[in-house]
Unconditional design. Structure first.
Lengths: 421, 257, 296
């Protein structure tokens, strides 16, 4: 090959690559100090000025890039009947949906801050991610008037503390659910009624070495919740706001549990496979896994233990620097319509934010046909909702008379590393 | 005697290498979504499902694009560096060899995080360009090593003779030098392409919403219902690459002596 | 016969001839593209990362505070878990390297010495092919192999044993499997480089194959071993995917990945990343002594 043509080819390829890329500037990266989070991070609660609130949704920008919990943006490729992405794209041809699944809230926060918040347009964030995103100015204030089904959302989910700050809405509630206790009905007898089967040395004895737990620092709250009931002298009032002694006690419980855990799960496939082949027989779970196992004929079931459970309330949030805000508004509006809420609720197994989905759900739906869905999932049950300790970011500020003495999330992460060892 | 023992050992090691591959092929025909042992029902539905899947096709195309671009950049830069280091003695020569090895010697997560931090800071969007940037950097060393090794085995007297006979630098390169290093470049290019095609860690840190094949597999292998399709994709990858790899090996093997 | 191009060949030839004489200009032209690329893209990025190791995270907002501080290093040094993790990772890396050398040798010897050219090409293809079947899928295949009541479990239970399941042993096994081709290739190249005459001379002097191997082949192939071990060591040191899939314990890569992904604590991740960088830096210097860089 002639030397000259080698150079020419390289130049051509370089042009091709540059043309194919969406890079704004094709220059070499400057060696400026890195901003690993969105610029202008401050501790103030409200970051977006109200004057920027849009009053109408314009034309779609061509595509939509969202970060989701796996199962929140189905396109029929997993189970044919569960597809709400293609109908959305059919109704909004100028919004092609690109989905990025994430395993943990922390992953979502990191991804949302990628590229200064310009890579992804939105996220289905749980309560332990939402407040961090709001505090750091990563998400934009939402105008509820632009969401057609807003008034149909359950009243207690229209302005919850996890996505509404100082009266400003930063997200659209999507759904909620709890971290229940799943067990193999044929291998765990009698059926467990308390979390002591995974936390207490005596109660867990038959199952030690076959327990599972959620692989995230936020799981420390589950241990705290257990201690709320079993060690009342610790005086834990909120499993996410723990003073140092309370925190240390929860960590001690988890360190004791560590040798009994066969596998910490963060991938659904992990928990599902392990329950199927019997490597794990009891542990915390999300309804999705229970549904999948039951549909596959595995003898598994889940209960809400006597101590209660932690849970997650998810909202759709839009990046403050989203490149495709119109498409994101359209998507958010789409996700709270009754028919989509019904599909998601049944597929994932969570309580929908829009109770109008119940009418659709109470008929048999798709391959997971569940009857009496809304009673089963306590969709309108405010006291059940109130009893769940939803994920939220542990902050130094206890939010009550104890002041700034609580343990913040970075210490939770460090402790989690120490626990897993 | 030793030959027979050696042959047995070789077969055993090849078996070790291919039992998991065999499992992958087997499970591409698993009718169940959940991957457990033993397989209860067999089915070929996943093959058509994988072929119909637009995500797979796009990911494949992107992986090819990225691989070709990264390999080309690595070819140019690696060869240039190889010539510089072989032909000249200069201050910092050892440093160049060291530096070129770093991207592949340091763990991928370090390279990935470093590139990610820089891309975030510089304001360039995450795109195909940034993926190629990362891949080319660790591909340079494979080309460099191959070319340097070949250059060491060639004598300079042929080139000098060519110049004595009146050829200029470009002609000498085209007619004399290049044919000698051609197979080394090909071997380096092949290995570079293979590295780029299967790379996941650095790519995770340098990609935006783009999905190369490894990223597509990473996103889908977590979903219980997608595992069979992922197995099919893996099987197709093996089949597609068998012939080119064999041919490439024949083309680049050293002539005896 | 070389041909002389038409169209003002004189100027071009004079330019090239001048270039030929000014070696430093040649060197500059050859070196600046690759060095420029590396300097900006790679070394620049590494510097950016390492600088951020001296910053820290504001606990209230999880935002990075760009002020010089040694908190990350203090945290690193005071944490017993982190030390255990580093030790565990290095131990497994060494075990993987040794296992891969032992497994790679027979097949590399076969390819270099015993096989006919056609068999050699087939063997080469067979060794390289697994690298094309995607890393993740191979790890998931191992997950299946090692799973409770899986194929390995079923096989081992016939002699009363069980599959290692989720454990460091499994991680070692999977890493050994994954990086084996990367060890076979350099060892094969190293063995090929040994001239036949040397082996024949050794035999002529009365050495049996065992002694020839120990006294002649092994010392000559050490650079290749070192070269292959750079791969196995560094790949094991930074991998976070395999340990999270086939074991329940954390490796060095997991801590780095979780710090930056989970806690968004990039400064801490960067500080922790200095550990594998340091380890590999020392390893590379030692390997270079042994001549590994020529054997890559």
């Amino acid at each position: 090959m002639h030397y000259r043509s080698l150079i020419a080819t390289t130049a051509a390829v370089g042009l091709l690559v540059a043309a194919c890329s969406n890079a704004g500037t094709a220059g070499t990266p400057a060696s400026a100090p890195p901003a690993s989070t969105a610029p202008g991070g401050s501790a103030s609660a409200s970051a977006a000025p109200t004057s920027n609130l849009p009053t109408s949704i314009g034309k779609g920008e061509g595509e939509l890039n969202i970060i989701v919990w796996p199962g929140y943006a189905e396109d029929g490729s997993n189970v044919k009947e569960y597809d709400w992405v293609h109908p959305f794209e059919a109704a909004n041809p100028d919004c092609k949906v690109n989905v990025k699944p994430a395993n943990t809230s922390d992953e979502m926060v990191t991804l949302m801050r990628q590229g200064g918040g310009t890579v992804y347009d939105g996220v289905s964030a749980s309560g332990d991610a939402t407040n961090r995103l709001i505090a750091n100015g990563d998400v934009a204030e939402i105008n509820p008037a632009l969401i057609p089904d807003w008034q149909d959302i359950a009243p207690f989910l229209q302005s919850p503390a996890h996505n509404t700050v100082n009266g400003k809405h930063y997200g659209v509630s999507h759904g909620w659910g709890g971290n229940s206790l799943m067990y193999r009905t044929d291998l765990v007898k009698p059926a467990p009624t308390s979390w002591n089967v995974v936390f207490d040395p005596t109660a867990s004895k038959p199952y030690q070495g076959k327990i599972t737990a959620y692989d995230s620092p936020i799981y420390i709250a589950d241990a705290a919740l257990y201690l709320m009931a079993h060690q009342p002298d610790l005086a834990i009032t909120d499993p996410y706001e723990l003073t140092q002694p309370q925190f240390d006690a929860a960590v001690a419980v988890l360190k004791a549990q560590r040798p009994w855990v066969a596998k910490y799960w963060s991938l659904y496939t992990d928990e599902i496979t392990n329950f199927t082949n019997g490597a794990t027989v009891v542990g915390t779970t999300w309804p999705y896994q229970v549904n999948t196992l039951k549909a596959a004929g595995v003898k598994a079931d889940a209960v809400v233990p006597s101590e209660g459970m932690t849970g997650w309330a998810d909202s759709w949030m839009m990046s403050a620097r989203a490149k495709h805000p119109n498409c994101m508004y359209k998507w958010m509006g789409w996700m709270v319509t009754p028919q989509v809420q019904a599909q998601v609720a049944e597929y994932f197994g969570e309580a929908p934010a829009n109770p109008k989905a119940c009418a659709i759900l109470d008929k048999t739906y798709g391959s997971y046909g569940v009857k009496d869905f809304c009673t089963l999932y306590h969709v309108n049950d405010t006291s059940f909702y109130g009893a769940i300790k939803f994920w939220k970011t542990p902050l130094q500020d206890c939010g009550d008379a104890r002041g700034q003495t609580c343990v913040d999330y970075s210490k939770w992460s460090q402790a989690w590393t120490e626990i897993k060892g | 005697m030793a030959g027979r023992g050696l042959r047995l050992a070789t077969i055993a090691i090849l078996a070790f290498l291919y039992v998991p591959i065999g499992l992958i092929v087997l499970y591409a025909f698993n009718a169940d979504r959940i991957q457990t042992w033993p397989i209860r029902h067999f089915s070929t539905t996943w093959f058509s499902a994988a072929l119909d899947n637009p995500g797979v096709r796009e990911a494949f195309g992107l992986s090819l694009q990225v691989g070709l671009a990264a390999t080309l950049i690595a070819l140019v830069l690696g060869s240039l560096a190889a010539f510089a280091v072989h032909r000249f003695a200069f201050f910092g020569r050892d440093l160049v060899s060291f530096m070129v090895v770093l991207p592949i010697a340091l763990p991928g997560i370090v390279t990935g995080m470093a590139l990610n931090a820089t891309i975030n800071a510089s304001g360039i969007g995450f795109s195909t360009f940034t993926i190629v940037l990362g891949h080319a950097t660790f591909c340079i060393v494979v080309v460099y090593n191959n070319v340097v090794a070949r250059l060491r085995r060639t004598s300079r007297s042929i080139e000098e003779a060519s110049m004595d006979l009146g050829a200029d630098t470009f002609q000498t390169f085209r007619y004399i030098t290049f044919p000698v290093i051609r197979t080394a470049i090909l071997a380096g290019a092949l290995l570079a392409f293979a590295l780029s095609f299967d790379e996941i860690i650095v790519t995770t840190f340098t990609a935006g919403v783009q999905e190369t094949i490894p990223i597509w597999i990473f996103n889908h292998i977590r979903l219980p219902n997608q595992q069979p399709i992922v197995n099919v994709v893996a099987v197709v990858l093996i089949l597609l690459s068998a012939v080119p790899v064999y041919l490439a090996q024949r083309l680049t093997s050293e002539p005896a002596g | 016969m070389t041909t002389v191009h038409e169209g003002d060949p004189g100027r071009r030839r004079r330019l090239l001839a001048a270039l030929y004489r000014h070696r430093s200009t040649q060197l500059l032209l050859l070196l600046s593209p690759p060095v420029g690329w590396f300097g900006v893209v790679y070394l620049g990025s590494l510097t950016v990362l390492l600088v951020s190791a001296f910053w820290y995270l504001n606990p209230a907002t999880s935002a990075v505070v760009r002020e010089f501080s040694l908190t990350n290093f203090q945290q690193l040094l005071s944490s017993t878990a982190d030390r255990t993790i580093v030790l565990r990772t290095v131990t497994v890396a060494v075990a993987v390297t040794v296992a891969d050398i032992v497994l790679a040798f027979p097949i590399a010897m076969c390819m270099a010495r015993v096989a006919s050219p056609r068999t050699k090409s087939i063997l080469f293809m067979l060794v390289l092919l697994p690298l094309w079947s995607n890393y993740l899928v191979r790890v998931f295949a191992w997950k299946l192999l090692l799973s409770q009541n899986g194929p390995l479990d079923a096989l081992l239970s016939t002699i009363g044993l069980h599959s290692p399941g989720f454990s460091d042993f499994s991680t070692w096994l999977v890493f050994t499997y994954l990086w084996l081709p990367y060890m076979i290739l350099p060892i094969h190249a190293g063995l090929e480089r040994i001239p036949r005459s040397v082996l024949e001379a050794s035999a002529d002097l009365g050495a049996r194959s065992g002694m020839t191997f120990r006294r002649v082949v092994l010392p000559l192939v050490v650079p290749a071993l070192a070269a292959g071990s750079i791969f196995t060591f560094s790949l094991t040191l930074g991998d976070y995917i395999t340990p999270s899939l086939v074991s329940n314990s954390q490796f060095l890569g997991n801590v780095i990945y979780d710090s930056q992904g989970v806690a968004n604590n990039v400064p801490f991740a960067a500080a922790f990343a200095i550990v594998p960088i340091g380890i590999m830096g020392i390893y590379l210097l030692l390997a270079r002594r042994v001549g590994a860089f020529e054997a890559l």
